[in-house]
Unconditional design. Structure first.
Length: 114
């Protein structure tokens, strides 16, 4: 899968986009009976805003943790199986997807640049 992003906030936006498009890659692969392989992201204006410098330094000083594994329900076979009408409660999404063995460092707070 290839994704082009015109403007990329490397600290706040890009990590969310990586997770979102990786999930989309896995869903498309499952719907088409293929194995997910690569997510290639082309970033146009990749930047770190000045008021995020300290937060970025903190993040770069952390040791990476073991990767988690995405589980998608094998019941998802068509786009209709992803119809959000079936999700009546916020936690209902966990009936169809889970991150197994997820670990994280404490959150690093930063203001969204506007």
């Amino acid at each position: 899968m290839h994704m082009y992003q015109r403007s990329a906030d490397m600290f706040l936006g890009v990590p969310f986009n990586i997770a979102s498009y990786a999930l989309l890659l896995h869903i498309v692969a499952q719907l088409t009976n293929l194995e997910p392989d690569e997510l290639v992201m082309t970033l146009g204006d990749a930047h770190v805003v000045h008021n995020h410098f300290d937060a970025v330094k903190e993040q770069l000083g952390r040791e990476p943790l073991p990767l988690s594994k995405l589980w998608l329900s094998p019941e998802i076979k068509t786009l209709d199986d992803l119809n959000t009408a079936q999700f009546k409660e916020p936690n209902d999404i966990f009936k169809i997807l889970k991150l197994e063995d997820y670990q994280s460092h404490p959150a690093i707070k930063a203001e969204m640049g506007v």
